[in-house]
Write a protein that binds this ligand. Structure first.
Ligand SMILES: [Zn+2]
Length: 345
């Protein structure tokens, strides 16, 4: 009888196989069984099976190991950990929520582990996967939400990194499946563009990936209904910046709703922002639109129009022109007279 222990299980996992078949002649140790099950490899008992051939690492598996430990991969793993700390520090993720990935080569990606707080990751926790999410290297099981990242990489060649989190303010829009209106803050217009909303689907399911796929090429920030936000960028930090800007934007809107007034970026000035964006080589689904189409809806009316408003939006009233010196003196005198008259009553 042949013993299949942890060392053999590690080698088998690196081969990228998804199923382990063994027969009566192979004894699987409990430690080896754990490694296989953590890697999502199905263990099948098959009396007819021959000894597992994949126990010896293939040439491709060795190449993946080299890539996984290359200086570039090590640099990116550290950067993912740094961004994870920023995500956690800014309270964009609670518990083990959120995940980050980055392209490392054609059909090779580094991805964060499942079941770990994004604030306390170390480079060894990262794994190497292909576009299908097959784990090719790394001891920690990859995030189950990588398949949603893959939907972005498949449809958007410009996407180098994907960042997913559950920030509270954008999350408030998510649980109402409400699209943040445009034309309120230049930062969002230039660096993010319109934020899309995808309807709720089960996290990690093929349905959620399908809901993101058509939106990704034209939107760098997508609110996932009753879930969170997913952003892509040209680097790990860039993807994270989209997340920060989206959440700050949503937070400002929520705060502003408690205040009177309803200003927005004037329509004719939006062209200036889009021109800046074009110059910077950033994508935007509004480049083809005419000015009138860009400003069809008032942002505050749009907020109410989607799901109704708990309190109606007050129309914007410009501040009255300041009083001149002489008028002000008369006014102060009149008020003083009134106060004195009341006191004397
Ligand atoms: Zn999530």
């Amino acid at each position: 009888m042949k013993l299949f222990a942890q060392k053999e299980a590690e080698e088998f996992r690196r081969s990228g196989a998804v199923e382990f078949r063994h027969n009566r002649d192979i004894r699987l140790t409990p430690g080896a069984r754990d490694i296989l099950s953590e890697a999502g490899i199905k263990v099948v008992f098959d009396a007819e099976a021959s000894a597992p051939a994949a126990a010896a690492p293939s040439v491709a598996a060795t190449d993946d190991q080299k890539l996984f430990h290359s200086p570039e991969a090590e640099r990116l793993k550290k950067e993912i950990c740094d961004i994870g700390r920023r995500i956690w520090t800014r309270e964009y993720c609670d518990g083990n929520g959120g995940n980050i990935s980055v392209r490392l080569g054609p059909d090779r990606f580094l991805v964060t582990p499942t079941g770990v707080s994004k604030g306390f990751m170390t480079p060894e926790m990262m794994s190497l996967v292909d576009i299908k999410g097959t784990q090719l290297a790394g001891k920690w099981r990859r995030s189950s939400e990588f398949t949603t990242h893959a939907a972005i990489y498949e449809t958007t060649p410009d996407a180098v990194s994907v960042c997913h989190a559950h920030p509270v303010h954008a999350g408030a829009f998510a649980i109402k499946e409400l699209q943040p209106p445009a034309r309120l803050i230049p930062e969002l217009e230039v660096f993010v563009g319109t934020v899309a909303v995808a309807g709720y689907q089960t996290p990690g399911s093929p349905e959620i990936a399908a809901s993101i796929r058509p939106l990704a090429p034209k939107h760098q920030s997508i609110i996932m209904g009753c879930h969170g936000v997913i952003c892509w960028g040209k680097s790990i930090e860039d993807a994270y910046f989209k997340m920060e800007i989206t959440d700050a934007y949503c937070r400002t809107i929520i705060l502003a709703q408690a205040l009177p007034g309803a200003a927005s970026i004037p329509c004719e000035k939006l062209d200036d922002l889009l021109a800046i964006k074009k110059k910077m080589g950033l994508p935007d689904n509004r480049f083809e639109l005419k000015n009138a189409e860009l400003c069809e809806v008032d942002p505050w009316a749009q907020m109410c129009g989607q799901h109704g408003c708990s309190s109606p939006v007050t129309p914007f009233h410009p501040m009255p022109a300041p009083e001149t010196g002489a008028d002000m003196e008369t006014l102060v005198q009149k008020l003083t007279d009134e106060i004195l008259a009341n006191l004397n009553k």
